[in-house]
Design a protein around this ligand. Structure first.
Ligand code: FAD
Ligand code: NAP
Ligand code: SF4
Length: 675
């Protein structure tokens, strides 16, 4: 047992099942479920996490029938065989690790035209209007849940998790606005909860007393008119009566307007809700959301908020998280920064899940960092995300790596990103790389601007140029005026930013700068109360959904800000699919004006002159912050080429257009894996 995390590493007995610790790897759809040879790859993915120390794994959602969605199904004996490969592999890796299969019926969110729901109510995020289920249709769904659970048992799973939240089928029975029925499945809450309770009762009947049956409930669904607190408790008690082994709490439906997993959500923001439910129920409770480090998990357990902690994305970022915590190596954990860029953003567009900080996630069968056959001496120039990923992986493979950085610290643009309120997790990535540099013996030379000449005669077999980008300064008349500043100077506080500000460029950095200059209060991670106020969540009184009738309270620095771009489409359109809306909404609430179709004319003492739809307009701003994209910083590379030296480009230096850290780290890791 780890002395630092006594609760996290204490076993839990649930009926006849013993869990070795309190950490669950939460369910994530990876896309491997439907990929060619996907189950073999899934097995490898789960095995790495099982070896990494988790107590229990919940698989990605598996559909119990055709109506449930277009994803992988478990409906017959042939499909059982595929799943058996996964359960066997996990149990062989560590017989103490349990694996449960999530049964997912997406209901009205299924991406199929004949999707079903209690009533024909289309979700604002759904593709199709669902078909209202008949009485026979309801019976068929229940029986398919039971059949799927029975098949899961025969495939060797230790349990099933039934997802009853998020806007999927079961949850739409529970909430009034999606259940308009007047028969025994609708109306009073007793009727609305009949479907989930019946599903659990029949699943329990089908699998017998020993299999774990977990039910995922939206303990706070963040919907106007959502579930009332007494309904959540009534549901929990009815599920206990129907035979659940554990209840897992979820927060929000996919369509809710409160961020619940994005990086600006404070760590463990919602576990207090689980804690309250735990005190009203007798089965063990699982909590989740923004629990990304072992100390956070331990404190959740210490507060009595839950019996178990579910971490999903953190297990993509670092499969060995639990093991590292157990061995006192938490400073080596590659922490999930809650960016969603390579996981959920991929899932929502049908791309294979991975991880920004760990491109191996879900690619375990094809991206491996094997020991190098020939040890090389490698110079890496630039310690931004690309250079850091390359240097550490190359060193891990046994190469002799020297990492040069012009600045006084590692990190490149992450040193700007980490100053943006809500992006404090970027510090963790830098802490991780810093520790890896030490452990792997990378020779780090800071304050070392490299020129091509200097690399000569140093005996390097390879030179990797990871010199990143330079901010683009567009040719606007008056760009040299003192009112015009770069985003670098604005973020680092190297210039004065006035009360009235125009931001030129509404890409990721334009939005981040707007966040920074409209943010009020001290920098650093946002406190849960401040977050709740800003997003209109009432944790204390728990009105319906946690949000009904609660007005978000704008917290702003009071600056007048105009964010603009030349393109005619909506600003922020290219922000992350699952997080972009949070940035847009937060800034709109702070009164940030967003303009498209802007032509920049000039900057002078009067302010910024623009033309919008043929009208000339003057914005009498004090400061114009230029966030107009970036160009590759390729001077060193060009000089090396001139001298005939062999060099490879990675990250922003390779291609600045639409470059993000996901692409920089992925490219660097893949090159480091084969060099
Ligand atoms: P850089 O990070 O630019 O690093 C290059 C490094 O090379 C620098 O440290 C530089 O000092 C060094 N260098 C240059 N020339 C030399 C030389 N001659 N000798 C020695 N050293 C040299 N991306 C995301 O994916 N998600 C985000 O949420 C996100 N947020 C961001 C927020 C902000 C405010 C900013 C500015 C960027 C953000 N990015 C984000 C972008 C991300 O940081 C970049 O895509 C990434 O840093 C590019 O990595 P890189 O290693 O190629 O280059
Ligand atoms: P970006 O997203 O490409 O945006 C550049 C902005 O500058 C656009 O609004 C563009 O819009 C404008 N622009 C381009 N050329 C211009 C010119 N010549 N004159 C005036 N305006 C011009 O780039 P970025 O904001 O610099 O961000 C860099 C990278 O970091 C991005 O690729 C992004 O993925 C990443 N990043 C990600 C996040 C995140 O949260 N995921 C946050 C920050 C940064 P118009 O051309 O329409 O004017
Ligand atoms: Fe976490 Fe981002 Fe990786 Fe997703 S992509 S697991 S959010 S670090």
């Amino acid at each position: 047992m780890s002395s630092r995390y006594p609760l996290l590493f204490s076993p839990l007995q649930i009926g006849s099942v013993r869990l070795k610790n309190r950490v669950i790897m939460g369910s994530m759809h990876t896309g491997l479920e439907e990929a060619a040879d996907g189950f073999t790859r899934l097995a490898r993915f789960y095995v790495e996490r099982a070896k990494g120390g988790v107590g229990m794994i919940i698989t990605g959602g598996i559909n119990p029938n055709e109506e449930a969605g277009a994803g992988a199904k478990l409906t017959n004996a042939e499909e059982v065989e595929e799943h058996r490969g996964v359960t066997r592999a996990v149990h062989a890796a560590d017989p103490q690790v349990k694996i449960c299969m999530q049964i997912l019926h997406a209901g009205p969110l299924a991406r199929i035209s004949d999707c079903v729901a209690p009533s024909a109510v289309r979700s604002r995020i759904a593709q199709f209007e669902p078909v209202e289920l008949t009485e026979e249709g309801i019976e068929k769904q229940i029986s398919d849940f039971a059949n799927c659970a029975r098949l899961a048992k025969s495939a060797g799973y230790d349990g099933v998790e039934i997802i009853g939240s998020a806007g999927y089928l079961i949850s739409t029975f529970l909430v009034e606005k999606t259940n308009l029925r007047t028969d025994r499945w609708g109306g009073a809450f007793e009727n609305r909860m009949r479907f989930p309770v019946e599903v659990v009762r029949r699943v329990r009947e089908a699998v017998g007393p020993d299999l774990l049956v977990i039910f995922r409930v939206a303990a706070m669904d963040m919907l106007q008119g959502g579930l009332a607190w007494d309904e959540v408790i009534a549901l929990g008690r009815a599920l206990e009566g129907a035979g659940v082994s554990m209840i897992s709490t979820h927060f929000a439906w996919h369509e809710a307007e409160v961020p619940t997993i994005a990086t600006m959500v404070p760590r463990a923001a919602f576990t207090q809700v689980t804690g309250r439910l735990r005190r009203a129920l007798s089965v063990p409770l699982i909590t989740s959301n923004r629990i990304n480090m072992p100390d956070v998990a331990e404190s959740v357990l210490a507060r009595g908020d839950a019996d178990m902690v579910s971490m999903a994305r953190p297990m993509l970022a670092d499969p060995d998280l639990v093991l590292k915590a157990q061995e006192g190596r938490e400073d080596q954990i590659n922490t999930c920064i809650a960016c969603n860029q390579a996981c959920l953003d991929h899932t929502f567009v049908g791309k294979l899940t991975s991880c920004l900080v760990n491109p191996r996630a879900c690619h375990e069968t094809e991206l491996n960092y094997e020991p190098a056959t020939v040890r090389k001496r490698i110079a890496v120039v630039g310690a931004g995300p690309a250079g850091l990923a390359f240097a550490t992986i190359a060193a891990q493979r046994g190469h002799d790596v020297v990492l040069f950085e012009a600045g006084a610290e590692i990190g490149g643009q992450f040193n700007l990103a980490k100053r943006i309120p809500g992006k404090e997790e970027f510090h963790e990535t830098l802490r991780y790389f810093s520790r890896m540099i030490e452990l792997l013996g990378v020779e780090l030379r800071l304050n070392a601007t490299v020129h091509a000449e200097a690399l000569r005669n140093q005996g390097f077999d390879e030179v990797i140029v990871a010199t990143g980008i330079e901010p683009r300064m567009p040719g606007i008349e008056g760009i040299g005026h003192p009112k015009a500043v770069t985003y670098v100077d604005a973020i680092l506080g190297r210039c004065k930013v006035g009360q009235k500000v125009a931001i030129v460029g509404a890409g990721g950095i334009g939005f981040d700068v707007a966040e920074l200059i409209t943010h009020s209060g001290p920098s650093g991670a946002v406190d849960i109360d401040v977050f709740a106020k800003e997003w209109g969540v009432d944790f204390k009184n728990h009105p319906r959904g946690g949000v009904t009738g609660v007005k978000p309270q704008v917290v702003s620095s009071g600056r007048e800000v105009i964010l603009m771009q030349r393109k005619s489409d909506r600003p922020g359109r290219n922000l992350g699919r699952t997080t972009g809306w949070t940035h847009r909404l937060a800034l709109q609430r702070r009164g940030v004006q967003m303009l498209s179709g802007v032509e920049y004319l000039k900057i002078d003492d009067a302010g910024l002159h623009v033309r919008i739809h043929d009208d000339d307009v003057l914005f009498d701003v004090d400061t114009v912050i230029v966030c107009a994209g970036q160009v590759p910083a390729r001077g060193l590379y060009d000089d090396l080429v001139v001298t005939g030296a062999k060099a490879a480009l990675i990250g922003g230096a390779f291609e600045a257009l639409e470059l993000d850290a996901k692409r920089a780290i992925d490219q660097a890791s893949r090159l480091a894996a084969v060099i």
